[in-house]
Write a new protein. Structure first.
Length: 309
C-alpha cells in the first residue's frame, strides 16, 4: 500500500483519541503517504510530528459529505485521486455513509471503518485502536502494542512560546461545556497551592473559554505565573511538552497533555469518565457533578512536595 486516507472529524479531543490508531497505520505502513482529513488547526500536530504526510480540511463541504451526508457533490474531486486504503473512526451512523462514499470514490481501495460507542464506558482510544488493529489483520497486515502508539512524538520543528521558568505547571480551567468545568475559584485555590509548592506556571485559556479571561487577570496569579490567552495549538504543545505538571478539566487540552506524557490530574464528570479517559500520566478525579469535587481531592492526586499542598 502506498497511499492512505484517514478521516476523523471533531475537536482536539476527538482527534487525539484516534492518535494510537493513526500511529498504528504509520508503524504498519511506514512508506505509505497518509493524508489525514481533520480540522487543520489540530491535524497539524500529526503533520509536524511526522505521523501523517498531509492534512485536508474535514470541514470542507466535500469531505463533510464523505463523512455525514448520503451522496457527494458532482464537483468533488478527491485528493489524493487514488488511494489503497480509506480509514475512518466514528461513534455515529456516519460510518455507513463513509463506507458507501469511499467505495464510490476509490473503487478497489480497502475500506477500514471503526465505530465505538461512548455509552459503553470503555476508553475510546482503546476501542479505536483495537478496531484498527483488527482491520489491518483482516488485510493481512501486522499490528503493534497499544503502548507503542499511545503518545505523540515531539514535533520535528517545535514552536516557541513564552514559558515560565522551570519547573512549571500548566493549568487549563476551561472545557467545551459548563457541566465539565470545575469551579474557577477552586482552580485558583489549586494554583495557589502549586505556587506554594515551588512551581511557576501558566494558566491557558482557549477559544471556548475566552469569557473566563476576566477571572484570570494578572492580579490574581502568583508571582512567576503567566496567563496565556488562546495560544496556537503547536505552541501549546511545545509548552506542555516541557511542563512538570498539568491540571485541567475534561477537554482537548487535557488529552494533549496526556499524549505528551505530562503527569497531572483532570476533573471529570462521571458520565464521561470512562469513554473519554485520558491516557498517559493523567489521573482522573471524577464525581457525578464536578462541583462536588473538593480542592483537596485534586491536590492529593498530584505529586507535589510533601506538606506543601
Amino acid at each position: 500500500m502506498t497511499s492512505l486516507m484517514a478521516l476523523r472529524r471533531g475537536g482536539l479531543g476527538d482527534l487525539l483519541v484516534v492518535l494510537p490508531a493513526v500511529r498504528l497505520l504509520r508503524m504498519t505502513l511506514p512508506e505509505a503517504r497518509i493524508t489525514l482529513v481533520a480540522r487543520p488547526i489540530f491535524g497539524r500536530l500529526f503533520l509536524d510530528s511526522g505521523i501523517v504526510d498531509a492534512v485536508a480540511d474535514a470541514d470542507d463541504f466535500r469531505w463533510a459529505a464523505l463523512a455525514g451526508a448520503d451522496g457527494l457533490s458532482e464537483r468533488f474531486k478527491p485528493d489524493p485521486a487514488e488511494i489503497d486504503l480509506a480509514a475512518g473512526w466514528f461513534h455515529s451512523p456516519s460510518a455507513a455513509v463513509f463506507e458507501r462514499s469511499a467505495a464510490g470514490l476509490w473503487p478497489g481501495a480497502g475500506i477500514l471503518t471503526v465505530s465505538a460507542d461512548p455509552g459503553t464506558g470503555r476508553p475510546l482510544s482503546v476501542s479505536f485502536f483495537e478496531g484498527t488493529a483488527a482491520g489491518l489483520r483482516n488485510l493481512g497486515l501486522p499490528s503493534a502494542p497499544f503502548e507503542s502508539c499511545a503518545f505523540l512524538p515531539r514535533p520535528r520543528s517545535p514552536e516557541r512560546i513564552s514559558a515560565p521558568r522551570r519547573p512549571y505547571a500548566v493549568v487549563h480551567p476551561g472545557a467545551g461545556s459548563r457541566l465539565k468545568r470545575w469551579p474557577g475559584g477552586r482552580f485558583r485555590q489549586a494554583v495557589g497551592s502549586l505556587a506554594a509548592s515551588g512551581l511557576s506556571g501558566a494558566v491557558v485559556l482557549g477559544e471556548a473559554e475566552s469569557f473566563l479571561k476576566v477571572q484570570w487577570t494578572a492580579g490574581v496569579l502568583p508571582p512567576g505565573w503567566l496567563l496565556l490567552d488562546r495560544p496556537a495549538v503547536p505552541e501549546l504543545a511545545a509548552l506542555l511538552s516541557e511542563a512538570s505538571l498539568y491540571l485541567g478539566n475534561d477537554s482537548g487540552v487535557t488529552h494533549l497533555a496526556a499524549v505528551l506524557g505530562v503527569p497531572g490530574a483532570a476533573v471529570f464528570r462521571e458520565e464521561f469518565a470512562g469513554a473519554w479517559r485520558p491516557g498517559g500520566k493523567i489521573t482522573q478525579v471524577s464525581a457525578a457533578d464536578v462541583r462536588d469535587i473538593p480542592v483537596e481531592a485534586v491536590l492529593s492526586s498530584l505529586d507535589l512536595p510533601a506538606g506543601r499542598t
